[in-house]
Design a protein around this ligand. Sequence first.
Ligand SMILES: *Cc1c(COP(=O)(O)O)cnc(C)c1O
Length: 509
Amino acid sequence: MVNKKATELKEQKLGDIDVKLFKKHGYELIDWIAEYLSNIEKYPVLSQVKPGDIKNNLPKSPPEKGESMEKIMEDFNKYIVPGLTHWNHPGYFAYFSCTSSYPGILAELLTAGINQQGMLWRTSPALTEVEEVTLAWLRELIGLKDDFFGIIYDTASISTLHAIATAREALNLKIKEEGMINKKELMPLKLYTSEQTHSSIEKAAITLGIGQKNVRKVAVDDAFQMDPKALINCIEEDIKSDCIPFCVVATAGTTSTTSIDPIPEIAEICKKYKLWLHLDAAYLGIAAIVPEMKHITVGWNEVDSFVVNPHKGLFTPMDLSAFYCKKPELLKKAFSLVPEYLKTDTGDEAKNLYDYGIQLGRRFRALKLWFIMRTFGKEGLINRIRETINLAKTFAKWVEESEKFYILAPVTTSLVCFRYLPKDLKEKIERNENVEAIEEYLNKLNEEIMNAVNATGKVFISHTKLHGRFTLRLAIANLRTTERHIKDAWETLNQLALKIDKELRSTFI
Ligand SMILES: *Cc1c(COP(=O)(O)O)cnc(C)c1O
């Protein structure tokens, strides 16, 4: 039996724990993190626990008496770690990448230590001004002009919510004051985005009372890019039926395939019809830091607002989304309400960031990005991001040369969309034999291959559906991924695909 007393904190004075204990455990925690990240490949990348496994092991009520850090860490290792899906693992290729880096981790620790709350300039001048400086640096790195005002929110979903709220404010319909239902004539506001758009656009429309029905999903072409003609048709149709088109959300780097909408054409259309253009570059925006990727940025400076996520692909620990807006006065108009107790006399030079959004409290998120940019430098960032793009190119080449796996969407940056298609079945499809049944089988087969690959614990990939086909996605943007890791993933995929095809074939066709 463990001596229960030994796990309790010895001293139970008021105030914080003893500074000596803090230092001791602080050094130990840094060691823990260093060990963890150095040996991360010993963990299964995708957590293997079942729903409820973790909470069922934890007490239902908080402890009566304070517990020691040793005891807390013991439980952390025993119960929490098995429930972690390791986003920092070099075999993490699912969805999109969110890796952290040592400078980002150190800055997060410091952020908790200094515990800033930047609602007003004077509640943290440093937070307010470092946020401005850091976002100006990022803006320059990705090639946006300095007429974009920048602000940090937690996620792209929230950035886009603010974009659409600002677009609505630009209509000058007094919706802020009177709400959506106080109008004489109820004319629905219409928002346009592509069929491949991220779910956050629709969620923002739900939250703002625009309504799902008024989010029009414009058709895409074969490369999954919004079709500008289809966009015009939708707008014209809505104008004829007395609706109010007000906003287009284009995507530079869809989550499914990293396709890029034709932004210059869409910007022209928005100018003609006087619509707000928001660009969702949450996923792919970071790639623009690499000089030879500048072609993806055409039209970016013509949009009204823009979101990019440093927590996706810029080695920034969750979370940090950068929002840029050309009309900060409208963003402010959409959200600013100044209660008496928050009025300050610091003048125009001092921005109170709580005026520019929903939240009052604001943590010092910029610090980690500032640390990362300073530690790696522009050159270091470029080289690291370039490496992820090169790895994706290498992987795509293996797929192309394999005659077993096939690419299903253009590889624009560091995401490869592909599927397994055995030679005999490919030939049958080409001869137009039994195509429907084969396609159904291929969907099942690729899903099973994905599940089997993920069950190895060495690799974690995810999927999407393209033209009805179950598509495997391998997304690379991880700081720790090297050629060895994509090679492992490739070999695992090849071995398991053969094996599963053999097992499944008789039961399906
Ligand atoms: C990931 C993603 C989002 C949402 O990002 P969050 O920061 O998690 O809200 C939005 N748009 C695109 C294109 C994305 O890939």
